[in-house]
Design a binder for this molecule. Structure first.
Ligand SMILES: NC(=O)C1=CN([C@@H]2O[C@H](COP(=O)(O)OP(=O)(O)OC[C@H]3O[C@@H](n4cnc5c(N)ncnc54)[C@H](O)[C@@H]3O)[C@@H](O)[C@H]2O)[C@@H](O)CC1
Ligand SMILES: Nc1ncnc2c1ncn2[C@@H]1O[C@H](COP(=O)(O)OP(=O)(O)OP(=O)(O)O)[C@@H](O)[C@H]1O
Ligand SMILES: [Mg+2]
Length: 340
């Protein structure tokens, strides 16, 4: 089983005893180097598992086979987030990226990029039917980037979630999609193809909604495990200094080097690329992931990709790094991490 941090027992040293101090020091040194070696082994293991799920680029395939990903989000206030998520899926290797957004957001999102297919349906009276028509074509949905919290949009998204679950489609839930889940956890309870990607604030909201006791901020591993279990073992990615990922059975940690730059939109890069990797991982199956949950492998892959993009962009632009700079790094970051 792969766990992140282990407990480290620190020996009590006798006062003024040089021998005890030296022994203690050596013990600590050995414990920490064992711990570091353990983490390094976990990292190597997960890199290999992600490589195993990445589909081969061959001349035998037709457009669409390597991934058709739908993003549900985009409203009057937020047009950047769904664009970032959809572009990130494409840049990570999806063949087609669709955005289902509110009418007003559509021309804006289209104007950012000719690569995206944009459906202005989310605030229409028959939004659920409109999106349902496209579901048979989609390999995964990312629900929430730039969705906003308008009641009509959230009501429509509820219907889209129900229809997607009925088709067994993998669903990444992020941003305002998590706001909806915090209002109504039953919407996703026990759905084994769901992945939730809360940031610090979103994690607290979800915790308050589904766990009655206060969050134990001294033990992040236990918290993410508990939240996943409380939601019926849906996969949870707790984003932060280290990303912690749990499927309710184990916790894995992604500590790929990023940077100290925290511009908005990085979470959208993560959720968009995760939609794609979730599809790849489920298609590859347990054999390719050596028995590890495919969604855990996908989440680890998307987290390390996001952090590597952040690292590379920061090398070039420092404090002025933005998510657009990170998206421009996806190709090189992906090759560096996962291409054999
Ligand atoms: N360019 C864009 O269009 C972007 C849009 N975004 C969208 O913006 C929407 C809102 O997401 P956010 O993550 O910004 O969420 P929030 O609007 O909840 O948070 C915004 C900021 O305010 C802080 N905050 C939130 N509640 C607070 C409180 N009660 N007290 C003090 N501080 C508080 C948060 O820590 C965060 O720094 C989502 O739809 C998201 O996808 C983001 O993805 C960023 C980029
Ligand atoms: N303190 C940190 N150190 C290093 N990386 C971090 C840190 N906090 C977050 N990250 C990384 O940034 C990425 C996005 O996480 P973040 O918490 O910024 O999401 P978010 O708030 O949802 O972003 P968005 O602005 O897109 O909504 C994750 O991949 C995470 O690993
Ligand atoms: Mg976010």
């Amino acid at each position: 089983m792969t766990m992140g941090l282990r407990c480290v027992a620190i020996p009590v040293c006798g006062r003024n005893s040089e021998l005890s101090w030296r022994q203690g020091y050596l013990f600590l040194q050995r414990t920490f180097s064992l711990h570091t070696a353990h983490l390094r082994k976990d990292m190597e293991n997960f890199f290999q598992l992600v490589k195993n799920i990445v589909p081969a680029l061959t001349e035998k395939k037709h457009k669409g086979q390597d991934g058709r990903i739908g993003i549900v989000g985009g409203c009057q206030e937020y047009t950047g987030a769904p664009y970032f998520a959809a572009m990130s899926a494409l840049k990570a290797g999806a063949d087609l990226s669709y955005v289902f957004c509110a009418r007003e957001a559509a021309p804006v999102i289209k104007s950012y990029s000719p690569e995206l297919i944009v459906h202005p349906v989310l605030d229409s009276p028959n939004a659920v039917q409109e999106v349902k028509k496209w579901l048979p074509r989609l390999h995964a949905l990312v629900v929430g980037p730039g969705l906003g919290r308008d009641d009509l949009l959230l009501k429509n998204v509820k219907g889209i979630l129900e229809a997607s679950k009925a088709r067994d489609i993998p669903i990444v839930i992020d941003a305002d999609g998590l706001w909806l889940i915090a209002q109504e956890p039953a919407l996703i309870q026990g759905y084994q193809k769901a992945i939730l990607t809360p940031n610090h604030m979103e994690f607290s909201r979800l915790w308050e909604a589904v766990v009655s006791s206060p969050v134990d901020s001294s033990d992040d591993h236990a918290s993410v495990l508990r939240l996943s279990q409380a939601l019926g073992n849906v996969t949870v990615v707790q984003k932060g200094e280290h990303d912690l990922i749990s499927d309710g059975q184990q916790v894995v940690r992604c500590s790929q080097e990023g940077s100290s730059r925290r511009c908005g939109g990085q979470g959208d890069l993560l959720s968009g690329s995760l939609g794609l990797m979730a599809h790849w991982a489920l298609l590859a199956g347990l054999e390719k992931t050596n028995g590890t949950s495919p969604l855990l492998v996908a989440a680890w892959g998307a987290c390390s990709l996001t952090r590597q993009c952040n690292h590379q962009a920061f090398q070039k632009y420092g404090r002025s790094t933005t998510t657009t700079d990170m998206i421009a790094e996806i190709g090189a970051a992906f090759s560096k991490l996962f291409e054999t």
